[in-house]
Ligand binder design. Structure first.
Ligand SMILES: N[C@@H](CCC(=O)N[C@@H](CS)C(=O)NCC(=O)O)C(=O)O
Length: 307
């Protein structure tokens, strides 16, 4: 089987979600460090224009969005399961909820630190996370409100752990640990007030140390050029598949565009449909640097438009 190649940068919170998930499964993976800001000239040939972080590559199959990445990791590496104790299904709902918590955490961290943000970073993340009318002055003024939103939700995690569970589902770590840990990691690491807020939650802090101790599996560095070569030398391993129940009636071969269903100012990825099911849609994309790749997206949170 081709290696897992993970395109990310160390301070990326969504990447930390996946790094911990790979730690839970103790996966050996190749680490490609990508730029924190566009342009990302060695990533775009793989993603067809999708610019968010992280992205996972396995041969010529490219997985965008942590939802899609985590599902594929569970499919390819079923044991140890992300759903110990028969928690199947529920962790995906938890994962989706954490996007909402992250929005509060990002407003707190970026709002509180607004005066120190490098201009290019503020411009990029302002538009991406907070829409075309983003206003850091307003977000900064509302930080106390966003702290209340973050605190209430961190409190739920504390309640869960204060019952004596080692991990969110019991004695074994699972997907709910990976997808909530990054919120705590981001809150502590990126906001001056993080440590004080978290000090209210002793069970959460003890769990934070247990999850940190799991580590990130077995990463070894790879250059972006090598990752592009891997894609070029490999054929995508995704079969052609339609879904007779698909409400949009997407069919392999038809051209479609796909973009995150938020107003982040992102470019859609366009190409022929390869694979459709309830959770995933994959498009083909070709260019000189990688040949043809198959780019996978989640259905949830993404808008597909047939051309
Ligand atoms: N829904 C996406 C969100 C990913 C996301 O917003 N990632 C942030 C960084 S952690 C990002 O892309 N920032 C802009 C960038 O890296 O260019 C996912 O779950 O992967």
């Amino acid at each position: 089987m081709s290696e897992v190649i993970f395109h990310h940068y160390p301070p990326s919170p969504f990447s930390e979600k996946v790094r911990v998930a790979m730690g839970i499964k103790n996966i050996a993976w190749r680490s490609v460090e990508i730029p924190r800001l566009p342009p990302k000239p060695d990533l775009m040939p793989l993603t067809g224009g999708y610019r968010r972080t992280p992205v996972m590559q396995i041969g010529a199959d490219i997985y965008c969005d942590t939802q899609c990445i985590l599902r594929e990791l569970q499919r390819r590496f079923p044991e140890p399961t992300f759903y110990p104790g028969g928690a199947d299904g529920m962790p995906w709902a938890v994962n989706r909820w954490t996007d909402f918590v992250f929005d509060a955490a990002a407003r707190v961290a970026l709002g509180a630190g607004a005066d120190q943000l490098p201009e290019a970073f503020a411009k990029d993340r302002g538009r991406l996370y907070f829409g075309p009318d983003y206003d850091f002055k307003k977000i900064k003024a509302e930080v106390p409100h966003y702290i209340t939103q973050l605190r209430a939700q961190l409190g739920w995690l504390e309640e869960r752990l204060a019952t004596g569970r080692k991990f969110m589902l019991g004695d074994q770590p699972g997907l709910p640990d990976a997808v909530t840990y990054y919120l705590v990691w981001f809150t502590r690491g990126r906001w001056d007030g993080g440590a004080e807020l978290l000090a209210e939650f002793p069970a959460l802090e003890a769990w934070e140390k247990r999850v940190a101790a799991i580590g990130h599996g077995k990463p070894t560095d790879m250059s972006a050029a090598e990752a592009l070569e891997v894609a070029k030398a490999t054929e995508a391993n995704t079969p052609e598949k339609a879904d007779p129940r698909d409400a949009q009636d997407l069919k392999p071969g038809m051209t479609a565009s796909i973009v995150a269903d938020v107003d982040g100012g992102e470019e859609p990825v366009i190409g022929p449909v390869r694979f459709v099911d309830r959770d995933t849609v994959a498009l083909l994309h070709s260019n000189d640097r990688v040949g043809t790749v198959c780019i996978h997206f989640p259905r949830l949170g993404y808008r597909v438009t047939p051309a």
